[in-house]
Design a protein around this ligand. Sequence first.
Ligand SMILES: [Zn+2]
Length: 243
Amino acid sequence: MDTLGSGTPPRVVGRRRARRLRPMPKEQQELVLREWAVLRERLRRHASARLADAGDALRAGELDLPQGNPGARDYSWALEAYQAAGKLLDEAVDLPDLAAVVVLAERAVERLAVARARGAGHRPGAVPERCFYNPLHPAARRPPEPGGRRARGRVSARRAAADRRPACASCYRALLAGQQPDVLPALIRVRVSFRRTVPVLVPYYMVPQQFSPWSATACGAYDDDAPGLVMSGEHRTRSVMRH
Ligand SMILES: [Zn+2]
């Protein structure tokens, strides 16, 4: 399933393949860039819609919590996450930036619900965990119960690999089958000779952390510091280094 809705999954190459790349014909390079531009436009529209939804939810659910109320910190986090998502939409360069807009906008709404529950003295409901391989996917499946029956041989090794990160049902199935899941791609330039680089779509988590604030945090899904990072502009410094 292609969550970016292009119909055809993008040609994403894995880590080993990216290292073996040779100079590719100009037409092929243009194809990669065209494919990326189409995905980016589609994801920009989606991110814009999710941001508008979050704005509506925050306006409709406005809270007036006094300082010291158990929900006050969650509420101010929700507002900052929404603000950061808006800033990021204006500055987004690559697909993971836009995915982070979606993640932060959705997390703002989730945290608003937490703030409301805590503010009223209730215990907040569980917040869904996002799929590491593509944070735009449905929520990650629940981790297996510890002490469950162990499979053997090859399947066991694959299962161990599949259990390493939060994965949605579809990505989990792909990992168990030894296939690459439907990952969120990022555009990088890979050096193929002394003078030449070629554009390549790789899984977003392959981009070194020093060049992307999103590669280790599922586009801000696992990191409560993400809104602050965006508001201070640090995310942009890193992205610029890559492009
Ligand atoms: Zn997934």
